[in-house]
Design a protein around this ligand. Structure first.
Ligand code: CTP
Ligand code: MG
Length: 166
């Protein structure tokens, strides 16, 4: 498969990663609420939030929904689901470790904040035999994601859906 086609089939991961910010929309927030995945609970051993308020049920659902939809539109609903679940999980695991490191919700960690979803999506889609990516192709994917992530973050901030431009 040529690299461009691989990028194309990776797109649901990016959709799943971007969709959760819409959980912050006042209409959805009011209608559905923004309960956090960790129910506001802290980890007993360090007394810090398990995940923080930035990881919500609604956001996770939106990511799964739109990511899987994107995959379905490409004729690959199962792959879309795997990529989406991986993307969201990667982001959630990242937040878990950010909280352990004492970083409050929204504090940036360069590279990890941008690439968490890539690692998660690649891992969970491995069983689908889809990732016949070479190492240089994977590195190129990461290089492409970095500026795109930055641009979409600035756009989200601009339309007032994101709290921070990163
Ligand atoms: N979001 C969500 N549910 C998720 C992921 C994201 O509701 N599973 C929403 C939250 O409103 C979050 C926003 O998308 O604030 C941006 O996501 P992200 O940058 O991943 O979260 P942060 O707020 O930066 O939190 P963290 O420090 O834990 O990364
Ligand atoms: Mg963030």
């Amino acid at each position: 498969m040529i690299f461009l086609l691989k990028l194309w089939y990776f797109l649901p991961a990016a959709v799943a990663n971007a969709a959760p910010v819409f959980a912050r929309h006042p209409f959805l927030k009011k209608r559905i609420g923004n309960a956090p995945l960790d129910f506001g609970k802290t980890l007993p051993y360090d007394k810090k939030r398990i995940l923080g308020d930035g990881k919500t049920f609604l956001g996770t659902f939106l990511g799964l929904l739109f990511g899987t939809l994107a995959g379905a539109l490409q004729g690959q609903p199962l792959l879309g689901l795997a990529l989406s679940a991986g993307a969201l999980l990667g982001d959630i695991v990242k937040s878990f470790f950010k909280r352990r490191a004492g970083l409050v919700r929204g504090k940036p960690v360069v590279l990890i904040d941008q690439l968490d979803f890539v690692f998660g999506a690649v891992l969970l889609s491995l069983p689908f035999g889809f990732f016949d990516w070479t190492i240089p192709e994977f590195l190129l994917l990461c290089l492409i994601v970095l500026p795109l992530h930055r641009l979409s973050g600035m756009f989200g901030y601009f339309i007032r859906i994101k709290r921070e431009p990163w």
